[in-house]
Write a protein that binds this ligand. Structure first.
Ligand SMILES: *Cc1c(COP(=O)(O)O)cnc(C)c1O
Length: 458
């Protein structure tokens, strides 16, 4: 049997969780109109809704919080964070922001104009929305393999280089204010991008003088995958790999809620001095003074320590191993998932698990509801509820490529026994899959409907 590295930590503080009864779960679901976003956290046994800001901080992070400097300007906490970011990311400048989307907001405000295009492998939804809010056009060029959940590819987050080149040729670099890439590629399953691909992307953007920004939220998990899978990198440290990745870019947007293992925080980094000065003006308008940017001094210190802990190789081996443990366990009991497992989550293929439920009756939604009913587990539908929309020209329904339910694993929070419980729950759901029925929407908002939609069982 494949082995998975044990937790490289022991537990010093615990938070009680409890399983409410089946009847209570049934009532809670009905009360939430069958949308798991509407559930109360205390009614959930294992919460795999997201890995964003949900991780457990270490004793060192809590100690750093106590030593924070809450000065409005020039706080010690800021300089400690600057030193860490300088060593890992090595961009000339950075501004702290309250989370990743605030960094995207400032970057988009400064560089996006109506009609301009911003290519990426796959933009995250907040990045896409921030570009669109400025009239820009976010475009995705991830490799074709990403659309097939059954294909193994070591770097399924890679950019399709041919498509990117053709796009720049057709659009003209003057209509592309900056280019991006997301590492790991969250929207296609937390799949990594290779250094070879990053190098090619960087070369293309630089040849056309297009500033290159990395969406770096899960850069450490990406660095670990490079070390494990890319020829020539097995002897390099994750820090060396991170340095090599960021040397290829002109800047980065970062959500500290992912690989910096904090509950709130983020930053925008760049080399361009003029852009930095303009970003500072926006920051003061929207977030705060450039040495705190919408955060408390203690948040900056927690991030300064968390960035190092997130890059630690024994932690990353355990982290990626825990995700693989859940994925392998589900495959072993016949639950179809997106393969190979990514860095932060397992994506269950609800279309293959529940083939009898048509897409307009939302197989992913049905599975998310069953997970809660059967085991008190919360995942999130990423299928037709989240992504289907009617074509503005024809009025015809456009369905996404896949009907997925994501189980995101918070960092350092749940143990292998919790993962076993998830596998056992899904085993029972798999056994009675034929009896599971679809849903119909009774209320939906115009935008991002999955957060607030109401449902009724069919
Ligand atoms: C979470 C995330 C963001 C946005 O960060 P927030 O801190 O949630 O605002 C951007 N890009 C990716 C890839 C993310 O996962």
């Amino acid at each position: 049997m494949r082995s998975y590295p044990p937790e490289p930590f022991r537990i010093k503080t615990v938070e009680a969780i409890r399983q409410i009864s089946f009847d209570e779960r049934k009532a809670a679901l009905k009360n939430a109109r069958y949308n798991v976003f509407g559930l109360r956290s205390e009614d959930i046994y294992i919460d795999l809704l997201t890995d964003s800001g949900t991780g457990a901080m270490s004793d060192r992070q809590w100690a750093a919080i106590m030593q924070a400097d809450e000065a409005y300007a020039g706080a010690r906490s800021y300089f400690r964070l600057a030193e860490t970011i300088g060593k890992i990311f090595s961009f000339k400048h950075f501004i702290p922001t309250h989370q990743g989307r605030a960094a995207e907001h400032i970057l988009s405000t400064l560089l996006v104009k109506p009609g301009l295009s911003i290519p990426s492998n796959t933009h995250f939804d907040t990045t896409e929305a921030n570009i669109q809010a400025r009239g820009g056009r976010p475009i995705n060029f991830v490799i074709d393999e990403a659309a097939d959940p059954t294909i193994y590819h070591p770097f399924k987050g890679n950019m399709d280089i041919g498509k990117l080149k053709a796009f720049i040729r057709e659009t003209g670099p003057e209509n592309i204010p900056f280019g991006m890439i997301t590492i790991t590629n969250n929207a296609t399953g937390g799949q990594p991008v290779s250094l070879e691909n990053l190098r090619q992307v960087s070369e293309i953007y630089r040849r056309h003088k297009i500033p290159f920004f990395i969406d770096a939220c899960r850069y450490a998990e990406n660095a670990y995958f490079i070390q494990q899978r890319e020829p020539g990198y097995s002897e390099k440290s994750t820090l060396d790999i991170a340095n090599e990745m960021f040397a290829l870019a002109d800047g980065a947007t970062m959500s500290g809620k992912k690989d910096a293992i904090v509950n709130i925080g983020g930053f925008l980094a760049m080399n361009d001095e003029t852009l930095y000065q303009r970003a500072c003006s926006e920051l003061i308008l929207w977030e705060g003074f450039p040495t705190y940017g919408g955060l408390a001094g203690r948040d900056l210190d927690a991030m300064a320590v968390g960035l190092w802990e997130g890059l630690d190789e024994s932690y990353l081996a355990y982290r990626v191993g825990q995700v693989a443990y859940l994925g392998d366990g589900l495959l072993a009991v016949g639950i179809p998932i997106v393969e190979p497992p990514g860095g932060h989550a397992i994506y269950i293929d609800a279309k293959r698990l529940l083939p009898h439920i048509p897409r307009d009756e939302f197989p992913g939604q049905a599975l998310a509801v069953e997970l809660y009913l059967e085991g008190g587990i919360r995942g999130v539908e990423l299928g037709s509820v989240a992504f289907a929309h009617s074509d503005p020209d024809t009025g015809e329904m456009q369905y996404p490529l896949m009907e997925l339910v994501r189980l995101a694993i918070p960092r350092r929070m749940y143990t292998q026994a919790h993962m076993d419980f998830v596998i056992a729950t899904l085993t029972r759901i798999g056994e009675r899959r034929d009896s599971i029925r679809g849903y119909r929407i009774t209320y939906e908002a115009e935008l991002l409907r999955h957060f607030t939609a109401c449902f009724e069982p069919l």
